[in-house]
Design a protein around this ligand. Structure first.
Ligand code: SAM
Length: 400
């Protein structure tokens, strides 16, 4: 349960804003209570005036210390009588630390919270020094008053108070819960104006759905909030298993040409890049893995997506037949291994042909079989792992 007390010059704004929808329902059930205190009621003049000119000159008016002090004191006294404690007083101000999910979680553990909303040019500093415990901002911009800021914070904190959200509303994973943004969401219909729901979400395979969501969450965070993504990666690296000293088990990844083409290399027309090929190459680079391409790349590949990936520098080495670097019948995988100076077990080979499996195994590499249709393997083809797409490959890389 949480009891909010909002000190404001505009109580009706808070009352109107917070009594609807989920918070309104939580106030009816008693999971939340809301008390608004009009600072004007604590003015000691006939006109209930609470502001005056700033000492030293300058534009605007300043809220005076005494009415704010008295309003705050009366609330603290009532809380004290009920709980025997003083509540935290949050002054919402652009000069505070920026509010985030972590702050919301921390505040949700309290039983009472007092929010102090400023207006005009702000509040006399002396009363702030006297009563405020936390200075919190909603972001680096200036609002006309603190009411909207207090409502934003109350809304975010309330969602974390037990009993406010019902089971359907309380999400298992939400943006920021683990430092990442949430994955994209879809609902009916399956086909909306020609746009399909990602098939994996209709597969009924919970593990694959989870892997897909995790990956989307990582991709989205990296694209939209690189700052969050970097912090997440830093955190993750410091949590590497003891004894590994931050070193991964593998040092290089090798992609068979046909795996890169995701099975679209029918020999006719321009083959297409497999879904998430660029993403897995970028991720490999970020993880510090050497990246090579091996295999019988047809001439078309030279002009198509492979060339684009090459230009972006996503492979460190492309070894293919039409470069004339291979003796027919030779083993690309062994050649790449010699170039990268790593033992085979430190190299992960993504392949999608039986020949690829065989050659990569001969080179001693760990073989990951890309099989979009998920076909069963023969005994002679048993691999380190079988994946349906590079999305799963990315999850695999992150966990090695
Ligand atoms: N003169 C103040 C300054 O430059 O820091 C700004 C005063 S602002 C116009 C009036 C009130 O709006 C503030 O006292 C504060 O309560 C609230 N406010 C404005 N921007 C805010 C923000 N980004 N976060 C939280 N409260 C804010």
């Amino acid at each position: 349960m949480m009891n909010y007390h909002v000190l404001t010059l505009f109580p009706e704004m808070i009352e109107q804003g917070l009594h609807t929808s989920i918070l309104g329902r939580a106030m009816e059930t008693g999971a939340l209570t809301l008390e608004t205190v009009n600072i004007r009621d604590y003015a000691d003049n006939r006109h209930h005036k609470v502001d005056d000119y700033p000492y030293g000159g300058g534009a605007g008016m300043v809220m005076q210390a005494e009415p704010v002090y008295r309003a705050c004191l009366s609330v603290q006294e009532r809380i004290g009588q009920r709980t025997g404690r003083r509540a935290r007083v949050i002054y919402v101000t652009p000069q505070g630390s920026v509010f985030c999910q972590k702050t919301a979680r921390e505040l949700a553990r309290e039983e009472d919270l007092i929010f102090l909303c400023g207006h005009y040019e702000g509040i006399d500093e002396r009363v702030l020094e006297e009563v405020v415990t936390d200075y919190v901002s909603v972001g680096d911009y200036v609002l006309t008053g603190g009411e909207l800021a207090a409502m934003v914070m109350i809304d975010a904190v309330s969602r974390l108070v037990p009993g406010v959200l019902n089971n359907e509303e309380s999400a298992q994973f939400e943006s920021f819960e683990d430092g990442l943004l949430e994955y994209p969401q879809y609902s009916r219909p399956k086909n909306w104006r020609g746009k399909q729901v990602p098939p994996v979400l209709l597969s009924g395979d919970h593990l694959r759905v989870e892997a897909w969501r995790r990956e989307q969450s990582l991709l989205r965070t990296r694209k939209r909030r690189p700052d969050l993504y970097e912090a997440y990666e830093r955190e993750r690296n410091t949590q590497e298993k003891p004894g590994t000293s931050g070193k991964r088990k593998i040092g290089a990844v090798v992609f068979e040409w046909s795996a890169c083409a995701g099975g679209t290399d029918s020999g006719e027309g321009e083959p297409k890049a497999a879904p998430y090929l660029e993403e897995i190459l970028k991720l490999s680079g970020e993880l510090g893995l050497w990246r090579g391409l091996a295999g019988d790349c047809p001439a078309g590949g030279k002009d198509g997506f492979l060339q684009i990936l090459d230009k972006k520098g996503l492979f460190e080495r492309i070894l293919k037949e039409d470069t004339g670097e291979r003796e027919l019948g030779g083993n690309f995988y062994k050649q790449l291994l010699e170039e990268v100076h790593l033992p085979g077990k430190k190299v992960l080979a993504f392949v999608s042909s039986p020949e690829g499996i065989q050659k990569a195994r001969e080179a001693g590499m760990r073989v990951v079989w890309l099989s979009p249709q998920g076909g069963p393997l023969e005994k002679s083809q048993i691999c380190f792992r079988q994946i349906a797409d590079f999305l799963e490959g990315m999850a695999l890389l992150r966990n090695l």
